[in-house]
Design a protein around this ligand. Structure first.
Ligand code: ZN
Length: 396
């Protein structure tokens, strides 16, 4: 039984509040909890000057890594008091170093591809979640590469599903063609590399939400070239290593580490997705996935410290794409889906740590998912001209 009676009582009281009040309450709960659990200070007024180093040379070396904490995770299984047991790494290792935003709201469509595309464009995209189409608005990768004149090797996306293979580049006339990020699909790589009899089906599961949309994961020549030319991995080494991995997100982090080593992109975007196994209805699998994602976030931050290209000049931003339905919303089935559009499914958090970030501060001022891109724009020195979000003051 995942919740105490007190928590249930608190949740049922929430059901009587207006959505905005609920969002505020969720944010406050996270804030109080973080302050109590980690001794983090409460932000609000900016007491010190910005720690950002604005010199041009520093900006040039600056690396940004975005991790979407994958596939919709609710508060009550993460940063709310009853969720703390599931996120020991983020809570004890990462949160004390971070600026933590307790109230990040997603006002867009709650499907994983469209929501991740919205995070990447800074506009609530309205594209069909279940079709592999490019975002309508320029992506962060295009702004970054065009404004700063960066080469194609400097922006990469590691994406969980074949449905994400167009996320790196929009069809915007002023950006688009040839200015986006390269997208790597670890499952497609593995599928291309594994002609042997080894069963990798646990690493190749593409979509948890609807069996009606399961794009073919078929490997090809292009993937094998990426493996050898970009990642400098032989087919044998890769498939051997894959045998030791337990989930698609572990495979993604392995690929991301390889990319960091070989290409050292300045802008690296990793979309996790294991948590979305919740659609199966198995609470224990959902919790396992949260714990794994928690561990993988910490492992990636450790990898940053170990890579000379990244250590000391990297900012990591971790945020869920959205939440999942509340238990008491009769239109849903609790943690299983994200269909109701209630505050629990829209209100999440964001953690920022590393270069230029004030450590150990909690902010409960409301921000939106679409504020991510313009904020990174200010950090790196590009203009997210068509984004509808605004830079998050506390990060600048
Ligand atoms: Zn889902």
């Amino acid at each position: 039984m995942p919740y105490s009676i007190n928590d249930r009582f608190a949740s049922s009281r929430l059901a009587n509040l207006a959505p905005q009040e609920v969002a505020r309450h969720l944010g406050r709960t996270r804030r109080d909890f973080l302050r109590d659990a980690t001794g983090m200070a409460l932000g609000g007024t900016l007491l010190s000057a910005s720690p950002f180093v604005r010199a041009a040379t520093a900006k040039k070396k600056r690396k940004i890594i975005v991790i979407t904490f994958g596939g919709g995770a609710r508060d009550q299984e993460t940063f709310a008091p009853e969720g703390q047991v599931n996120i020991p790494h983020m809570l004890n290792e990462l949160a004390p170093q971070s600026s933590f935003f307790t109230q990040v709201t997603n006002h867009g469509i709650l499907g994983h591809y469209v929501a991740t595309a919205s995070l990447a464009t800074g506009v609530y995209e309205t594209l069909n979640n279940f079709s592999a189409v490019p975002p309508d608005h320029p992506t962060i990768f295009e702004y970054f590469r065009k404004d700063l004149g960066r080469p194609v090797s400097d922006a990469w996306v590691v994406a969980p599903s074949n449905g994400f293979n167009r996320i790196g580049e929009s069809e915007s006339r002023s950006y688009g063609a040839g200015l986006g990020a390269q997208v790597i699909l670890p499952k497609r790589l593995l599928s291309a590399a594994s002609s042997s009899t080894t069963d990798y089906s646990h690493l190749l599961h593409d979509n948890y939400e609807t069996p009606l949309y399961a794009p073919q994961v078929s490997g090809g020549e292009f993937e094998l070239q990426q493996l050898e030319r970009v990642l400098k991995l032989s087919v044998d080494d890769f498939t051997q290593h894959a045998k030791s991995l337990s989930s698609p997100d572990e495979l993604s982090v392995y690929i991301a580490r390889q990319l960091m080593r070989q290409e050292s992109p300045s802008l690296l975007w990793i979309t996790m997705h294991d948590i979305d196994v919740a659609h199966s209805g198995a609470y224990s699998l959902y919790i396992d996935a949260i714990r794994r994602t928690d561990r993988l976030c910490a492992a990636l931050w450790k990898a940053v410290q170990e890579e000379p290209e990244y250590a000391g000049n990297t900012t990591l931003l971790v945020l869920p794409d959205f939440g999942r339905d509340a238990d008491e919303d009769s239109g849903g089935n609790g943690f299983q889906h994200h269909r109701t559009g209630d505050p629990a499914s829209r209100t999440t958090w964001m953690m920022a740590l590393g270069q230029g970030v004030r450590p150990g501060v909690v902010y409960d001022s409301p921000v939106q998912s679409i504020d991510l891109v313009p904020s990174i724009g200010v950090m790196m020195g590009f203009s997210a001209a068509q984004s509808q979000g605004k830079p998050i003051r506390e990060l600048l």
